[in-house]
Design a protein around this ligand. Structure first.
Ligand code: FAD
Ligand code: A2P
Length: 425
């Protein structure tokens, strides 16, 4: 079997890569994985500049023609098209080399995907969101392949609002909405745990186009309504900044005020880390407050739709809100069978009831929490208020201590094994 990459091409590439580390200009080279490609010709048809060709063996991308427009990425049914290697601009893989491969070249640099070219503001927002664990960790080994960055600020997808429903009651301190976006004939593949970007219309106070805001997808990969090309978001209308000063949040007001039939500009999808495990028997522990429930709703719904497959594993949820009327998806949550989802709701402002945070319930459920911490097939997700990160970690530290475990060694092991994922904002 032919091997692609440095091993099969010893001297010149190694020389080139050595030069790369010194001064040579680097480029991302777009490649097609010959092991996954089903040779359906979709990419060649989709390419607007004829950069993709094939012979009887392989489909290949001409480095000198490809403009990286990503038009071929979303139509590809297998994901074989979404492969990138950082190479010396002076010495990319040639067509001849690519046509000879049975496998892609090994990565000589850290993993590179289209996400490496994220818009700067998106890269900043996603880095801040995962800062609580020191940056994004690898996804679970069994996570599905995520598509990222298919639609750019220059080339956004246009979505149509298919519905906009309140999730909180009329007395709630916040207006949180379930917003369904329909993508019509535009492919917009997402996985549970990914986010999309919304570009609010108009200009900011400096006369520049408004910057993109990120929203977690709240529906599973096959859509809010399976078979329809749609997804849902859980959006809170921001009326105060984190210090409590009144702020009419630009994008959240824009989204919450959208009516059925309105159109909006969407970019992304984004996120290659906060993804759910797919292997049978895998368990998920979810810890969230407020709109941090969006990715948890997506994961739970994915599992709910697959109940009949009896794939095993547990779902445990810790969900914090001021009171039941402020808790997104409260009604549907309460209808899910206890055997399917172990629900732990923490309310902080119910009259005549002691204030509870998610971390209090993690301590109360210490026996089950430590059992799942020990279970290598259990993956943990934390999403919502930035302020909850420290409290949640302290709660884990405490339950570990009372159950004979040492959080100082459990925590790095969770990160190293892609078992703990944090997204807070
Ligand atoms: P702006 O006009 O940008 O002003 C907001 C001001 O209020 C800022 O000073 C900000 O610091 C402060 N503020 C107060 N509360 C919040 C808050 N909850 N979020 C952000 N800023 C706040 N929001 C959702 O409603 N649902 C989601 O699923 C969601 N997912 C996100 C996923 C990621 C990875 C990230 C980084 C953010 C996510 N957000 C989500 C927050 C969202 O991107 C916006 O920041 C939020 O809607 C405020 O934008 P705005 O334009 O309305 O406010
Ligand atoms: P609190 O009543 O003390 O604000 P919000 O409604 O502001 O989005 O918050 C959602 C829930 O998260 C509320 O119950 C809120 O409680 C709670 N919360 C606030 N700070 C923290 C924290 N540091 N850790 C965990 N939960 C928190």
């Amino acid at each position: 079997m032919l091997q692609g990459g440095p091993a099969a091409r010893p001297v010149p590439r190694e020389k080139a890569m050595a030069a790369v580390t010194e001064s040579t200009e680097l480029s991302l080279q777009h490649l097609i994985d010959p092991e996954i490609c089903i040779r359906c010709n979709t990419c060649e048809e989709a390419c607007p500049v004829d950069a993709i060709t094939h012979d009887s063996r392989n489909y290949v991308v001409d480095f000198n023609i490809c403009e990286g427009c990503n038009a071929c990425i979303s139509p590809c049914p297998t994901g074989a098209i979404d492969n990138w290697r950082r190479v010396s601009s002076a010495q990319p893989y040639t067509l001849e080399e690519q046509l000879s491969w049975d496998t892609l070249p090994a990565k000589t640099e850290p993993a590179v995907t289209a996400e490496a070219e994220l818009p700067a503001e998106v890269a900043r927002l996603t880095a801040e969101a995962s800062a609580g664990q020191g940056g994004p960790v690898s996804p679970p080994w069994s996570a599905a392949h995520p598509y990222v960055n298919l639609y750019s600020l220059q080339n956004p997808a246009i979505a149509t609002v298919a519905g906009n429903f309140p999730l909180t009651d009329e007395n709630a301190s916040a207006d949180i909405r379930h917003i369904i976006l329909d993508f019509g004939n535009t492919a917009f593949p997402v996985l549970e745990g990914q986010s999309i970007g919304v570009i609010p219309p108009g200009i900011d106070e400096n006369g520049k186009p408004r910057h993109v805001r990120l929203y977690s997808v709240a529906s599973p990969r096959n859509g809010e309504r399976p078979g329809y090309n749609n997804l849902s978001l859980t959006v809170k209308r921001v009326t105060h900044d984190h210090e409590g000063n009144p702020v009419p949040g630009v994008c959240s007001h824009y989204l919450c005020d959208l009516k059925k039939g309105d159109q909006l500009k969407v970019v992304g999808p984004y996120g290659t880390s906060f993804l759910m495990p797919n292997h049978p028997g895998s368990s998920i522990m979810m810890i969230c407050t407020g709109t941090g429930s969006a990715p948890m709703r997506a994961m739970t719904e994915r599992r709910r739709r697959r109940i009949a497959l009896n794939e095993g594993g547990e779902l445990m949820l810790f969900f914090g809100a001021r009171r039941p009327g402020e808790l997104p998806y409260f009604g549907p949550l309460m209808k899910l069978p206890k055997t399917f989802l172990d629900i732990n709701l923490a309310f902080s402002r119910v009259p005549d009831t002691p204030k509870q945070y998610v971390q209090d319930l993690i301590r109360e459920r210490g026996t089950d929490v430590t059992r799942l911490l020990k279970d290598e097939n259990c993956y943990i997700y934390v999403c919502g208020l930035k302020g909850m990160e420290d409290g949640v970690k302290e709660a884990f530290r405490d339950v570990c201590a009372t159950h004979g475990m040492d959080w100082n060694s459990v925590y790095p092991a969770l990160l190293a094994n892609s078992r703990l994922h944090v997204e807070t904002y």
